[in-house]
Ligand binder design. Structure first.
Ligand SMILES: *[C@@H]1O[C@H](CO)[C@@H](O)[C@H](O)[C@H]1NC(C)=O
Ligand SMILES: *[C@@H]1O[C@H](CO)[C@@H](O)[C@H](O)[C@H]1NC(C)=O
Ligand SMILES: *[C@@H]1O[C@H](CO)[C@@H](O)[C@H](O)[C@H]1NC(C)=O
Ligand SMILES: *[C@@H]1O[C@H](CO)[C@@H](O)[C@H](O)[C@H]1NC(C)=O
Ligand SMILES: *[C@@H]1O[C@H](CO)[C@@H](O)[C@H](O)[C@H]1NC(C)=O
Length: 363
């Protein structure tokens, strides 16, 4: 006390007549000290208030009025896509084939009820040429690109299974990655039985999900920025049996992804819990309850980070994720590329089967 109130000289006599707490007897220094303390308290209160407000900040996801813009379905399903044939950007052990070859090898096939995209099973170790430089697979990218105020409904009947596989159903602007963003709707690696589906965003700098969110999935990481953690992205684990054998034996699921200024939300609905407004063709996310993965705009400007998104479906093999030694070794053994080159018979379940994709837009 003495040191703190140094403006006042303390002695027994004085303290009787001039008690320290009586501000009438305070000197200039005591006043200055008192004011400093009050100012400090106010600053602390403001900082706490700002932090609490930030922590509770949450965007406004009020109802948007969606109407059907496009349907990808039936035997013309793949007509809406370009076939990617370049060197795999994810360093996979794969040769992505052009449309004609995909059709002749039956790696893409669409009927009135579904569309299939698969990994080649025909090229074995004795074939000429063999798969020693990579196995045939497919990566398709929608010709149309999408932006804000879009709701996507993906009917997924079968998810790919197999050691070495890295399948994904996702969206990006391949020519402007990571600046125009990436949204992974379904993704998993080396699935030998069943696992969780990982929903993830990847962006350029300035996009974090370390904020208030409303979701049932489990947060795996909060920085979406591609330079963080080797481009792992801000992933959400959608829950057990959301990818692989159990998912497939249940007939798959319907996934919804809403892209809007307020945020990006994804839902994964099992066959028995598809909202009736989806089935009836008038989807309204505001009635669906908590999302599986919620990526709010609180600390990420969604409009700036996500533009010109194409829908992409592919099955990569090995590469930077599935082929990483420690990752491959979690469920499979040996070398990923060796396995993929030699075990053509093991890719029978390495296929996507899709029902319709529907794209809704709101003005
Ligand atoms: C959606 O439509 C309703 C009914 O027509 C209207 O009241 C509402 O303002 C619309 N919402 C938006 C965001 O346009
Ligand atoms: C191509 O694949 C589809 C889907 O798996 C299958 O139904 C069809 O019989 C296959 N066609 C040929 C010629 O193998
Ligand atoms: C695997 O490759 C071998 C040799 O090329 C071939 O005989 C066999 O039919 C292939 N397996 C499948 C499932 O296509
Ligand atoms: C992140 O994106 C930048 C810009 O394109 C690129 O130079 C960098 O290699 C990327 N890093 C990773 C790990 O993806
Ligand atoms: C989006 O694509 C359009 C047309 O292809 C192009 O003109 C525009 O520059 C692109 N926008 C961004 C932000 O890349």
């Amino acid at each position: 006390m003495r040191g703190g109130w140094s403006g006042y000289r303390f002695n027994r006599e004085d303290s009787y007549y001039h008690p320290w707490y009586n501000f009438k007897y305070w000197g200039k220094k005591a006043w200055a000290g008192a004011i400093a303390v009050v100012v400090l308290i106010i600053v602390i209160i403001i900082i706490i208030a700002v932090e609490v407000t930030k922590k509770n900040a949450y965007p406004d996801y009020t109802k948007l009025n969606y109407s059907l813009a496009e349907t990808y379905s039936g035997s013309s399903f793949f007509d809406n896509f370009d076939y990617f044939t370049g060197y795999d950007p994810s360093s996979g052990f794969v040769h992505y084939v052009p449309e004609a070859q995909a059709t002749s090898l039956n790696l893409t096939y669409a009927s009135s009820s579904s569309a299939v995209l698969r990994v080649d099973t025909s090229v074995g170790p004795g074939a000429n040429p063999d798969a020693s430089t990579g196995r045939f697979s497919v990566r398709v990218s929608s010709k149309n690109q999408y932006g804000l105020n879009t709701l996507f409904i993906f009917d997924v009947i079968h998810s790919p299974i197999g050691c070495g596989t890295w399948p994904a159903l996702w969206l990006t602007d391949p020519a402007n990655w990571p600046y125009n963003g990436e949204i992974d709707v379904m993704e998993a690696v080396n699935v030998v039985s069943t696992t969780y589906n990982q929903m993830t965003l990847h962006t350029s700098s300035g996009c974090s999900m370390g904020v208030k969110r409303k979701e049932s999935g489990k947060v795996l990481a909060t920085s979406c920025v591609n330079t963080t953690n080797d481009n792992a992205g801000c992933g959400v684990d959608a829950g057990s049996t959301t990818f692989g054998a159990d998912f497939n034996s249940a007939g798959g699921a319907v996934l919804a992804m809403e892209l809007r200024t307020a945020g990006i939300r994804l839902w994964q609905f099992g066959r028995n819990s598809i909202p009736s407004d989806i089935t009836s063709g008038a989807p309204d996310p505001s009635t669906w309850g908590e999302a599986t993965a919620d990526f709010p705009s609180t600390d990420c400007n969604i409009g700036n980070h996500f533009k010109n998104q194409s829908i992409i479906a592919n099955i990569d093999l090995c590469g930077t994720w599935a082929g990483a030694t420690n990752v491959f070794g979690e469920t499979c053994s040996g070398s990923c590329t060796d396995y993929v080159a030699k075990n053509n018979g093991s890719f029978a379940d390495a296929y996507w089967e899709f029902g319709a994709f529907k794209v809704y837009s709101a003005s």
